[in-house]
Every structure is written in structure tokens, then in C-alpha cells.
Design a protein around this ligand. Structure first.
Ligand SMILES: [Zn+2]
Length: 595
């Protein structure tokens, strides 16, 4: 636990006071007012109707369908994929709350990842300097229409045409051999000999950042002949290509406000879109699209517009992308341009590119149907070919309403009936999957979809808090042994009889305050909060009995396991003792069941 060397208000509380939960969540999802609360589409699961409840009173945003969310810190951690420390830093900055310097942090050794980032930054500084003197690279960038201001903004550079210059430079800057290797900037060719080579040689360098805008690696385009056109940093503690999208951090704000992201193929395409005034653009780098990429996008928008290369490889990539993005509940559209890619389009006709992108194209399935050869689908063979392609796409559409809509379109295009299509769809042998594991579209699993977020005793205690007149019933409840329930039990038992109590004034361990608020929201969502006194008494009493039953069953299972263990290990005295305990608890359980 962090400790603050100040007597003023705890920064965590101060940030909470300054940043209402609805304001934070509202920056990611559109909120709809519902009674005292708001609701919105849950960003953490494939949600089709608003499942996330946002409670301004309780400072909680929670989805009871997938059990995700919490207070502003929990929500921010989940949606940005950061740890508590980073969330505290970001939200403090946003709300203008000063964080006291923790004495531990100053002068302490930087952690491994920070060292690797410093190493990458140091390399980037060198690459940027090199570019300034590199006429060939500057000429090349000029030919591709990249202006000086964009070179600066995106931090482009050049890796020198040398096997060791970068490595030597970083050693001089104080980085160790293993740090340079860990940052993915060097390659150890021969393990015995231990010689190290620069990974990037004579390449135009694009720094790659994570969602928070911190450098994690590079993509390098060759400036010579005969080498691989593009290579990326090797994967390491910072760079995981399956989870990183090029340009994401620069696109984040624009994606959120438009609820839309453009997906292009290359670094130059990303730059081209920015020049055309489109800032919500990302590209995969060095890998095919994965479901992790799709989840990352899902945090910031609900629609992805594909603008991939206009060739067969690009069309195949679009089809795979459609399956993967749909599986995460994203709407997928497609923009067709006459040029090869957005980079070429921006050079030939930047205004046309902007207009094409801003139109956001067409829903992907529609674009596939339109691109189909109309003369070919007159024949049975032609219909079969198109169906083979379109049926798996239809199967991937997450919303039933949308699926129905496209089914109608396909039926019309093929001059067949919807019923016939439904039959074909039902016969489809599961989802089509590619052999490459990175692009296997996963059917979204709603995590913990059918599990209750709270135990029976937790709900019983929640009800005792909500109904002061029922509080004497706490005597009927078996005292929980540990965790939130134990802390909550002690707090309620200590309350003066019949007193109304604000939940945040309850004497409960601070680490449980969030769980308590989620529990009260749970009770509210399940209409447990406005029963009449008489009804409440019956219901609470029943809940206490259920909680006791759950508790005793749990104890019995524990004793049973202990007994088996004692028997196996031949501990005779323990065995007798446990047996006695077991009999006593069993008696209690029977008594509870009959009462
Ligand atoms: Zn959810």
C-alpha cells in the first residue's frame, strides 16, 4: 500500500472528488440517463444493449454482465490497460492534483522497463540526428510527400549503414549489452562467439509507441537494395506486436470523439491520413491483425473503417480483419479508393482521399456484395462461389438485427429466399479459421457471465445496511472468517441499532470501500432497495439463512478435505478430532436447514 507523507487530503480521495465517474466514463462511451444512474454499452465485453451502470452517487461504473468496472481508478486501469500507479499519475495530472514525491521513488533504481525505454529513446535521438544529414533518406521522404513537420512530429530517423554503430553508441550512453538486446536493437548472431550486430542498418526508422505514447520499438524500412523491405524490433518486455497498433496513441482522442477508427496497412498510410486531416487512424505493424488489437480498438470506438491495399492480399486481409473485429463486437466498414493505398492517394489527390475516408465507406458485407461480379452470379456455380465467401461473413455479424438485414441483401442479390439462406447458414461447419494462430477469431467469452459477483453473505450484509430495522437479524448470521465480508460484518455489528447510515461513513477497511459500493449498486440494480419493512424482514431473514447454509457447506467441504488428508497421512488423532468437528458442523447445518 502506498503511504503519503502529507497530512492534507489523500490524493486518491481528492482525485475522486474532482473527477466524477460519469465524466470519466462519458469520455469513452455515450451515456443515457436512467433514473438516478446512467447506462452505456460496456467497453469490456461484446455488449449489444447497455449493460454498464454508472452511479454518480456511489462513484461506480460497473457491468454486472461481465463483472468489470469499479471506481474511477479501476475503470481507468481496465480501459487504458495500465496499473494503479500509472492510473494515479494520469488522473492526478488530468485533475490537477499534486502527488507527493514518494521517498522510495527518488534515487531508487529505475525498473527494467524504464531502462529499456530510455535505451530506445537514446537510439531514437541518434536516428533523428542521422536523418538530418542523410540526403538519400530525406529525398525519399520528400518523394513520398512527407513534410519536415511530420518527420518531426512522428520522430522519424535513420539507422546508420553499419553493423555496430548503434550498439557502440548505446554502450557509450551507459546501457548494458543485455539492455540493448532486451530493447530489440541488437542481434546476437553467434552465441558462442557472442558477437553483437545492430538489428537495424541503413533503414528509415519509425518509432512505435504503446497506448500511453511511450516508445516500445521501431519499424524500419530499407533504404538499400535486396534487403527485406520492412523489419520490426524483436519482441521483448516492451514490444508485443500482437498487442500494439502503430499510431494508436496519436489517434486515441480522435477515435473516441468520432467512435470510429480507420485501419490502414503501413506507416506511410498512417502519415498520409494525418496529412489529409484524418487523425483517428492506426496500422498493424509486422503482423496480421489479432483479437488483442481488436480489443484495444474496442476500448476507444465502436466502428472500424478498413482502408487496406486495393489488391488481392489487401482484400484477403480485410476479410480476416472483418471476422476478428466482428468477434469483438465492432462494426466493420470498408472504403475503396482507386489508388493502391492511402499513401499513394494522398500524393495524387489528397482531397479525394479525405472525402473518401470521411464518407466512411460502406458496411463491409455490402462492399463485398457490390464488388461481386454480377454476371457470374447468374449461374448456379457463380452463386455457390459467392455464398461460400459471404455466409461465413454473415455468421460473424454480432447483432441478430444486423445479420437479418444483410441476409435480406444477400437473398436479393442472389435471387433466392432468406429461408434458403438460413438453412445454408445453419449448415455452416463452424467459423472459418485461418491456420495462422495469431489471426484465429475467437468467439468472445463473456468472462464470469453466469457467476454472481457476490456471495450470499455479502448480499445479506448489504441488505442489513439498507434496512436499519432488520439489523438485529445479524445475530442469526454466522460471522464470516475473512476478507470483505468479515470487515463488513464487523462494521455493521458495531452500528447503533436502527441508525441510518451513509455507506461512505461506514467503518470499513478502505480497500473494501469500492466493493461495498459495487454491492450496493448490485442491490439497487436487482430492486432490493425499496422493499416495504415487512417484506424486507422476511427477505433479509431468508437471505441470512441462505448465507448460513452456504457458509456451513463451505466449512463441511473444507473439513472433508482435511479429513481425507489426515487419513492418507495416517494421522490418527487429527482424524478423530476432524471427524468430531465435522459431526458438529453437520448438526448445525441440519438445524439451520430445518429452521
Ligand atoms: Zn461488460
Amino acid at each position: 500500500m502506498l503511504r503519503w507523507c502529507t497530512l492534507t487530503m489523500d490524493p486518491v480521495e481528492e482525485i475522486k472528488a474532482r473527477l466524477p465517474i460519469e465524466e470519466l466514463v462519458g469520455q469513452y462511451r455515450q451515456l443515457t440517463k436512467k433514473g438516478r444512474n446512467f447506462v452505456c454499452l460496456c467497453p469490456f465485453h461484446n455488449d449489444t444493449h447497455p449493460s454498464m451502470v454508472v452511479s454518480p452517487d456511489k462513484g461506480i461504473a460497473y457491468c454486472f454482465a461481465c463483472n468489470a468496472g469499479g471506481d474511477i481508478f479501476s475503470f481507468y486501469q481496465s480501459i487504458e490497460g495500465v496499473d494503479f500507479r500509472q492510473a494515479l499519475k494520469d488522473l492526478a495530472e488530468r485533475t490537477g492534483v499534486a502527488l507527493p514525491e514518494t521517498p522510495v521513488a527518488t534515487g531508487a533504481k529505475k525498473d527494467e522497463k524504464e531502462r529499456l525505454r530510455d535505451c530506445l529513446e537514446s537510439a531514437q535521438n541518434m536516428y533523428r540526428q542521422k536523418l538530418k544529414e542523410h540526403s538519400v533518406a530525406l529525398q525519399y521522404l520528400g518523394d513520398r510527400g512527407v513534410p519536415a513537420q511530420q518527420i518531426e512530429e512522428f520522430g522519424l530517423g535513420v539507422a546508420p549503414d553499419s553493423f555496430s554503430e548503434t550498439y557502440e553508441h548505446l554502450l557509450k550512453e551507459g546501457f548494458s549489452r543485455s539492455e540493448i538486446l532486451g530493447a530489440g536493437l541488437a542481434v546476437q548472431k553467434d552465441l558462442k562467439e557472442g558477437r553483437i550486430y545492430d538489428r537495424f542498418r541503413n533503414r528509415l526508422m519509425f518509432p512505435i509507441h504503446d497506448a500511453q505514447g511511450r516508445i516500445v520499438g521501431f519499424g524500419g524500412r530499407t533504404l538499400g537494395e535486396g534487403d527485406a523491405k520492412y523489419i520490426n524490433s524483436s519482441e521483448g518486455p516492451l514490444y508485443n506486436k500482437s498487442a500494439i497498433l502503430y499510431g494508436y496513441h496519436a489517434a486515441k482522442e480522435a477515435m473516441r470523439s468520432a467512435q470510429r477508427a480507420y485501419m490502414v496497412e503501413g506507416y506511410f498510410d498512417v502519415l498520409a491520413c494525418h496529412r489529409s486531416g484524418i487523425h483517428n487512424v492506426v496500422a498493424v505493424s509486422g503482423t496480421a491483425l489479432t483479437s488483442q488489437h481488436a480489443k484495444l480498438l474496442r476500448r476507444s470506438c465502436d466502428t472500424v473503417v478498413l482502408c487496406l491495399d486495393q489488391d488481392q492480399a489487401g482484400r484477403d486481409a480485410a476479410e480476416r480483419a472483418f471476422h476478428i473485429l466482428s468477434a469483438e463486437g465492432l462494426h466493420v466498414r470498408s472504403v475503396a479508393i482507386v489508388q493502391k493505398d492511402p499513401a499513394e492517394a494522398a500524393q495524387q489527390d489528397p482531397h479525394a482521399l479525405q472525402a473518401a475516408l470521411e464518407s466512411a465507406g460502406k458496411p463491409y458485407i455490402e462492399s463485398v456484395l457490390e464488388a461481386a461480379d454480377t454476371s457470374a452470379i447468374q449461374s448456379a456455380e457463380g452463386k455457390r462461389m459467392l455464398l461460400q465467401r459471404v455466409l461465413p461473413l454473415l455468421a460473424s455479424v454480432p447483432s441478430a438485427v444486423e445479420q437479418e438485414h444483410y441476409l435480406g441483401m444477400v437473398a436479393a442479390a442472389l435471387h433466392t429466399s432468406k429461408t434458403a439462406l438460413y438453412e445454408d447458414l445453419a449448415r455452416l461447419p463452424g467459423r472459418v479459421q485461418d491456420s495462422s494462430e495469431s489471426i484465429v477469431a475467437q468467439v468472445p467469452v463473456e468472462k464470469g457471465a453466469h457467476t454472481q459477483p457476490f456471495s450470499k453473505v455479502e448480499i445479506a450484509l448489504g441488505l442489513l445496511l439498507l434496512y436499519p430495522s432488520c439489523r438485529p437479524l445479524i445475530r442469526e448470521l454466522i460471522e464470516p472468517a475473512e476478507g470483505f465480508a468479515a470487515s463488513f460484518y464487523a462494521a455493521i455489528a458495531a452500528l447503533p441499532a436502527g441508525a441510518e447510515m451513509q455507506p461512505d461513513a461506514l467503518d470499513i477497511a478502505p480497500e473494501y470501500q469500492e466493493r461495498l459500493n459495487v454491492l450496493l449498486l448490485f442491490c439497487e440494480e436487482h430492486n432490493m432497495h425499496n422493499w416495504s419493512e415487512v417484506l424486507a424482514y422476511t427477505k433479509v431473514r431468508k437471505q441470512c439463512a441462505c448465507a448460513n447454509h452456504e457458509n456451513l457447506q463451505h466449512t463441511l467441504r473444507g473439513l472433508h478435505d482435511k479429513l481425507l488428508e489426515a487419513q492418507q497421512q495416517g494421522r490418527g488423532t487429527d482424524e478423530t478430532q476432524i471427524k468430531n468437528q465435522y459431526q458438529q458442523v453437520l448438526k448445525l447445518a441440519r438445524l439451520a436447514a430445518s429452521g
